[in-house]
Design a protein around this ligand. Sequence first.
Ligand SMILES: [Zn+2]
Length: 291
Amino acid sequence: MKRIIILFAIAFILGILMRTFAASGLDISVPSLPARGQPFFVSVNSNITVESFHIKWQGIERDIPAIVADNGESSAEFLLPARYDEHGKFTLEVSGKTDGRKLSGSLDIDVADREYEHEELTVDPKFIKVSKENRERAAKERVLAGKAIKTFSTDKLWTIPFARPVQGDISDGYGIRRVFNGKPNSIHSGLDFRAKQGDEIHAVMDGTVVLTADFFYSGRCVFVDHGLGVMTVYMHQSKLLVKKGDKLKTGDVVGLVGATGRVTGPHLHLHLYVQGVAVDPAIPLGIKTDK
Ligand SMILES: [Zn+2]
């Protein structure tokens, strides 16, 4: 594998607490600011009772159910994605409805820029000059995956940090711009872990299997919903060991490492979707990929 790193720089901001106290009694806090392509944690508190918080962020709208304390205060904790192709200042809007009274607040969030690597890879030419049959197959698979990714279940089954799916190091980070067989192709929108053919792959958090499939590009894969718009996908497996509807605990085996789909060899590719957007799994996994 020939690998050229053209540019690699990082704007990495940690430990910054952004907080707003709106007059309405709504408190929005973001403990750590994201760079583009990264997910970030948001906590919302209200001193009055609401059923759910309505969130608006970078074109995404979600209703996040509130947890109501004995004293009537409401709160919610969730993840949002900072889109890969945008950076700068964006407004997070939060509102909640309660017995006729409207609660609303907003917070401006600075999404930092981040440079991503560029690399050249050689794969089976069938993945470059894709036949009509395979193009049609991949299009159908995109629709299936798109449906699975839209899943929004209201039970939050995750906490930060996630567990590791395999023990191996990271071989390829999220966001790398890839050139396949000399032609610019796609953005690598997941994280690759070094692993041997047949190694066990573990669920990073509790969740429910929403799709298992054998896709042209992703190979044998498992989609796991962890609730509140957080989903992980485990790709290129040699063998799937779960089925749709299975309830998983953190660490449960979902399948075995393989080299199915568009790959250069056996490894695990992990995708993290947050509110339907593929973001860098490294931060919630507590993995530092920046050099
Ligand atoms: Zn990958």
